[in-house]
Design a protein around this ligand. Structure first.
Ligand SMILES: [Zn+2]
Length: 74
């Protein structure tokens, strides 16, 4: 149990270290891609994020858990 927990903690750290090194090597052009992905598109109606399970959906209740608790997602 302890060993498994240690792996879960250390493994993401190693991945991030490798990722950071890759970013530094690519000349820093990696940024902006994520912002463009989230910044545009989906111009059809308002989308909501379920406050219970974090699921994104359009209108009505959450199709995953049926909760009415939601907030608008822009
Ligand atoms: Zn939900």
């Amino acid at each position: 149990m302890g060993a498994a927990l240690a792996i879960f903690i250390i493994f993401p750290l190693l991945l991030r270290k490798r990722y950071m090194a890759k970013m530094r090597g690519s000349g820093g052009s990696g940024f902006g891609f994520g912002g463009g992905l989230f910044g545009q598109g989906q111009g059809t109606g308002v989308r909501y994020v379920c406050l219970t399970c974090n699921n994104r959906f359009k209108g009505g209740d959450c199709p995953r858990c049926g909760s009415k608790m939601k907030r608008a997602d822009f």
